[in-house]
Design a protein around this ligand. Sequence first.
Ligand code: HSE
Length: 343
Amino acid sequence: MREMTNIALIGFGAVGKSLAETIRDKHDWLKERYGLDAKLVAISGRSKGSIYDSEGLDLEELLEVFNETGNLESYPKGIKGLSSMEIITETNAQIIAEATITNIKTGEPTLSYVKAALSKGKHVVTSNKGPAALAYNELQKLALENGVQFRIESTVLSGTPAINFSTESLAGHKITSVKGIINGTTNYILAEMEQGRPYEDALVEAQRLGYAEADPTADVDGWDAVAKIMILGNVVLGGDLRSSDVERTGITGITMEDVEAAKAEEKRIKLIAEAYMEDGVVKAKVAPTWLPLSDPLANVNGTLNAITVMTDGLEEVTVIGGGAGGLGTAHGLLSDIIAIHRH
Ligand code: HSE
């Protein structure tokens, strides 16, 4: 049996909490199936305090007290009050699981957390789109220099395979483009509008379901999709896209009349993000697109996401699945933790 894998969790919102619950619930199965003895040694949450025990936190007890008090520091044992940076740099965690809120403009503070962790020789798995979109190539280089891994499966399509699917399962194929529906909020709004529900009502419901970003303009103006297509363009196609390189149109200009007009032509309007090669350079765009109903992406409805990868060996390969939510995203993080353990 291999030794324990010590994990520190930064961020204790829906995703972070789901990861803690998943490790609690699947610990024995992970050990039996993969020889992974996953031990959460530290957790910090923006407004929920922090807790560290080098021997591992008792997740049963910790989650119970957290559910009662809303504060991690109600846990009766361990060291309290460490900052996220101290947890990253000064604890015995070998893997930093990072699930804080995305800042698409600067990537901070997460970008600094990731750099500090990698420089300290700690693996990083993150669901945060900021660092992956803004600095993937730099962070990957830093990880390599320090003999550790920087893994980002859950940044695109949450727990539905997208990144590792394209770079590992499809390894050997030359991939020339990736396109898809990579924002659940806008896909939900467009599908609801097709059912006759006004845009504003559908947006409120997407927020209630927990799909929308903290600031939903990031969804409806296309910024979330820009961040994700930058990740796909840079990671899967080997590009060096900046956000200013991505042509962007959101869905705020789409009217009920547009939706009806598309329907009359047996088409559906979808917010499509695409990264592709042009003259040897990776380009990307995000725009509402009228798709014929015969296109697999036209039939991806509700909050589902999908990507179609164009390969030389199989032509189009499409993956469809959930693209947001605590549990799904936590499983994307977990798959990266398992991958690190396997390597
Ligand atoms: N706001 C995002 C979405 C969440 O709607 O897809 C997942 O990144």
